[in-house]
Design a protein around this ligand. Structure first.
Ligand code: GLU
Length: 395
């Protein structure tokens, strides 16, 4: 049996579509699963899959579902309690999804990820290949954070960020964040009657909004995490839409071109998958401040970063860690994998590459960040910069 919601015309070519639904959309007032919402979501995603698209669902509801199962009236605060409750809820959540998708003959898979899975290159690649296999098998992967094992400093923390990183990983065309508001507003509409709806965001840096308190009117993750998801997704060339989770068939309407929700334009020249990993999968452990010549060399001329152009070194990083490259004013220009640790860089900053072996007493790399390991920030506006076209889309 194939789901046939009252669909509008289908988009021109098969797309990779990541859909994230938050706990607030999945649960009804009495803290039970909102089955009608889930059923509509399942219908919509099965329909898209049947149309030849590749679909990933990022679903919260592990902790919420566990609370409901155990009769807890509020979410536990202690981390180990939350982890135990998530373990109860995750299985229940998947059972409900499997029941609903099975009605429509749509196979699903559970994929639980932690931040460290995306930070380590080998695990990142393994996750990528698993998603490709699942796509080939016509399976819809259902992703959540592996809450029972994730430790605080290695947590995504919220599924908005997780879904953007998954979209980044698989090179998605679209990321939909289904939440409990129709769209973003210039301020919290409940507190501010002058709040303006925002339908289209061309450049995130031009967005002028009062983000308000975390979680006020913006679902579990809050508006801040949605904007962080937009930064990651659009920077990876993914178009993003925020829309109401109560009406998941909005996804079909948005794909057909209707201006629903708040939509974010993808940035041009998306990086290769490897560069997307450097830009978004890794957590930077330090910053290098560069002089104007170095900013021009990496930004305009597409060159590697050399020690001569580094003015200041900040942070405790090791060789091969990710670092942020900024101009003298601290504006982020790029991110990259660094060839020297912070002690070494303190000694060689501002010095020419042919002096490195003399200063350190051993032979090292000519470059501090090689151009192959360097990703420009698509929103950087330094006058010395212009984007360097990238054509590769492979590992
Ligand atoms: N992973 C959490 C859960 O399943 C949800 C995190 C979030 O709501 O963003 O309960």
């Amino acid at each position: 049996m194939t789901a046939t919601p009252s669909a509008t015309s289908k988009p021109p070519k098969p797309q990779i579509i990541v859909v994230k639904i938050g706990t607030s959309s999945l649960t009804s007032a009495n803290n039970q699963l909102a089955l009608s919402v889930l059923a509509r979501l399942v219908e919509t995603l099965s329909y898209l899959q049947g149309q030849g698209h590749r679909v990933i669902l990022v679903s919260s509801g592990g902790v919420g579902g566990g609370c409901a199962r155990l009769g807890l009236s509020e979410r536990p605060k202690a981390i180990e309690q939350k982890q135990a409750v998530a373990a109860v809820g995750q299985g229940r959540l998947m059972r409900v999804y499997d029941d609903l998708f099975t009605v429509l003959d749509q196979p699903i898979a559970q994929v639980l990820l932690t931040r460290s899975d995306l930070m380590q290159r080998s695990r990142y690649l393994n996750s990528y290949h698993t998603f490709q296999q699942l796509f080939d098998l016509q399976v819809i992967p259902i992703v959540n954070e592996n809450d029972t094992v994730a430790v605080d400093e290695l947590k995504f923390g919220d599924n908005d960020t997780l879904s953007a990183l998954v979209a980044n990983l698989v090179g998605a065309d679209w990321l939909f964040l289904l939440t409990d508001v129709d769209r973003l507003y210039s301020a919290d509409p409940r507190a501010n009657p002058d709040a303006e709806p925002i339908t289209w965001v061309q450049h995130l840096k031009d967005l002028d909004i009062d983000v308000g308190d975390r979680g006020s009117a913006w679902g579990t993750g809050g508006m801040i995490t949605k904007l962080e998801a937009a930064r990651i997704a659009t920077g990876a060339g993914v178009r993003m839409a925020i829309t109401n989770g109560q009406t998941p068939d909005n996804i079909l309407k948005i794909l057909a071109g209707e201006p629903l929700g708040t939509q974010f334009a993808p940035r041009p020249n998306p990086s290769s998958a490897r560069k997307r990993w450097i830009a978004n999968g890794l957590r930077p452990n330090g910053s290098l401040y560069l002089d104007a010549g170095a900013v021009r060399a990496i930004g305009k001329d597409g060159k590697s970063l050399l020690s001569a152009g580094i003015v200041t070194v900040e942070g405790n990083f090791q060789a091969q860690d990710a670092v942020i490259l900024c101009d003298r004013n601290g504006q982020e220009i790029a991110r990259g994998l660094v060839n020297y640790n912070h002690h070494e860089l303190q000694q060689i900053r501002g010095r020419r590459s042919n002096e490195i072996s003399m200063i350190l007493g051993y032979e090292g790399a000519d470059t501090v960040v090689h151009r192959d390991n360097l990703v420009l920030n698509p929103d950087a506006t330094a006058s010395d910069m212009k984007p360097v076209a990238e054509s590769e889309h492979t590992y």
